[in-house]
Design a protein. Sequence first.
Length: 66
Amino acid sequence: MEEEEYQMGIPNGVGEAMLAHAIDKFDVKLEQTEFGPKLIGSYEELEKAKQFLADAIAERLKELEG
């Protein structure tokens, strides 16, 4: 049985390098839609990618604070 695919919108602030890392690291793919880019994959993989992106954004914000 094929696993159901889900979509997750990509929030502002996610850079291309972060996104490329997430796509390489997790079993997700990028799809352009009329509402903007979305990651497509299983629920579990999208959850892992979401946590990875949240951690990467938090790290970047820390760097910017000095």
